[in-house]
Design a binder for this molecule. Structure first.
Ligand code: SF4
Length: 424
């Protein structure tokens, strides 16, 4: 059999869809579903086309940002079914980092070359609406040049509610206090029926879209995400991508798209009798333990194919996928490796095993080995430095840091000094 005959035997629907993509034509939801459902040779061709579109649109650079994640509290009034991070305010393991500690972490990160601080947390009960504003002001006072990437649409909504101001007004206040962009988390799947199933009480699909559009209208860019590998279907995923594409057509405010695998092992909505935080009695019907390897590959590739020309940066989440899978995803349409993180609590609490720090030196070696070019960027995708093909001894002061200095999530939930109960 020749290569030509393999291509000739390709499913005609997939073949036509991939032709459209290579001609820069839009891919419909129905065509997206076909791509998500494909396997075997068809799947390999989907990956190949995604890789070609990536090459044409953003070239060979694989970008990343030096940042630190600060999840300043795990105490939360909500009970999302996929979340193993949140704790009730009465629980022993509830923690809350005071502003001085957030500032200490931010300064330490800045000294190690970070250009971004990413702040996301639980929604503590009766929170002072000014808390987010005060945190940003305190950081900006000490570190005026650091980019604050903070507060998901869910947190923005909560901050506005607690401050008794409109979402628009609250976004203005955040911007004035120093927020440079918002994480587009809390999107999961933008389908209300699905949200009611996996995270009742979570920000609605309508409100997520409203907050994001308002942020974009105020020149506050956001990222965009999907969480998949639980009970969703190909239709949900394709529709989700379509919703994001339509928002982007109107606002141009998304900087990137990040597929996030569902991490099941500690998630309350997955059957886990040992989970003390389990509010769900057993597994939901049709619940999957996260996506399979093929699903992860297709999620990234189909995202590239459906979003190309609209959202051009497709990010891999090494925290969810690990270094090896992330490297493979660079050949399936992805062009960005996210951040170095330094600390990570949310995926770690859910059972992710890939640690909380990715040193630039290691990132570079993964990227180079994939035949691509490592490049450090800002949060908003301005290139800071493009690295050559040859590894050097050390390319960032973060390479020399001892990860134990940053503390871990598992240590944090045991520390008396940051216990939420003590605070109250
Ligand atoms: S996902 Fe966020 S809002 Fe939902 S329970 Fe977890 S911390 Fe709270």
């Amino acid at each position: 059999m020749t290569l030509d005959s393999i291509l000739k035997n390709l499913d005609p629907v997939i073949s036509e869809t991939l032709d459209r993509a290579l001609s820069d034509k839009d891919i419909s939801v129905e065509q997206g579903i076909e791509l998500f459902d494909a396997n075997g040779t068809e799947m390999n061709m989907i990956l190949r086309v995604a890789d070609e579109l990536r090459r044409r649109t953003v070239g060979e650079n694989v970008t990343y940002v030096i940042n630190r994640n600060i999840n300043f509290t795990n105490v939360c009034i909500k009970r999302c079914g996929f979340c193993a991070f949140s704790r009730d305010f009465r629980q022993e393991e509830g923690y809350f980092l005071p502003t001085e500690e957030i500032l200490r972490r931010a300064k330490e990160a800045w000294r190690l070359g970070a250009t971004e601080i990413c702040i996301q947390a639980g929604l503590p009960p009766k929170m002072d609406g000014n808390l987010y504003i005060e945190i940003c002001k305190a950081i900006k006072k000490e570190l005026p040049d650091i980019h604050i990437h903070a507060f998901s649409p869910e947190e923005v909504l909560y901050g506005a509610l607690r401050s008794e101001v409109s979402v628009e007004e609250y976004l203005r206040m955040l911007k004035e206090a120093g927020v440079g962009s918002l994480p587009g988390t809390a999107a999961e799947i933008l389908d209300q029926k699905m949200r009611d199933q996996i995270s009742p009480g979570r920000i609605s699909a309508k409100d997520w879209i409203r907050v994001v559009k308002l942020a974009h209208s105020l020149d506050i860019p956001t990222t965009s995400t999907v969480m998949y590998g639980h009970v969703e279907s190909s239709l949900h995923k394709a529709k989700h991508l379509e919703v994001l594409k339509e928002i982007q057509k109107g606002t141009h405010g998304f900087t990137e798209f990040v597929p996030l695998s569902f991490v099941h092992s500690e998630a309350p909505m997955y059957n886990n009798d040992n989970n003390k935080n389990n509010h769900y009695n057993g597994a939901m019907p049709n619940m999957r333990p996260g996506p399979s390897g093929n699903e992860v590959m297709k999620m990234h590739a189909v995202s590239r194919i459906m979003l190309n020309g609209y959202i051009n940066n497709i990010q891999v989440s090494w925290v969810k996928e690990g270094a090896r899978m992330s490297q493979l995803l660079l050949g399936a349409g992805a062009n960005d490796f996210g951040g170095t993180l330094m600390n990570e609590s949310i995926s770690t609490a859910a059972g992710a095993q890939y640690g909380q720090l990715m040193k630039p030196k290691y990132l570079h070696s993964i990227i180079r080995e994939a035949g691509r070019v490592p490049a450090q960027r800002t949060t908003l995708y301005t290139l800071i430095k493009v690295f050559g093909p040859e590894p050097r001894e050390s390319e960032s002061s973060l390479d020399k840091a001892d990860p134990r200095e940053f503390g871990s999530y598992h240590e944090l939930i045991k520390l008396d000094k940051f216990r939420y109960r003590n605070k109250t």
